[in-house]
Design a protein around this ligand. Structure first.
Ligand SMILES: [Zn+2]
Length: 70
């Protein structure tokens, strides 16, 4: 869990936002291709009211047509 600094909740004005990760069976997967590796989803949410302010796929490159290994 990481605290996000410099942003405020648009619903309650709370300034303590945190990052959580949605992984496992509920991560982002490839539609129709359940065996391809997907990616966890990171949610930024308010620790006061629980509103999710932002969500993003943590490894979006896995969904590109060509994956380049670094
Ligand atoms: Zn809030």
């Amino acid at each position: 869990m990481a605290i996000v600094e410099g942003k405020a909740c648009p619903a309650c004005g709370g300034t303590e936002l945190a990052e959580g990760e949605q992984a496992g069976y509920s991560q982002m997967g490839h539609r129709g291709k359940p065996l391809k590796p997907g990616s966890p989803i990171v949610h930024v949410f308010c620790t006061d009211c629980g509103i999710i302010i932002q969500s993003y796929v943590s490894q979006p490159q896995r969904f590109k047509r060509t994956t380049v290994k670094v």
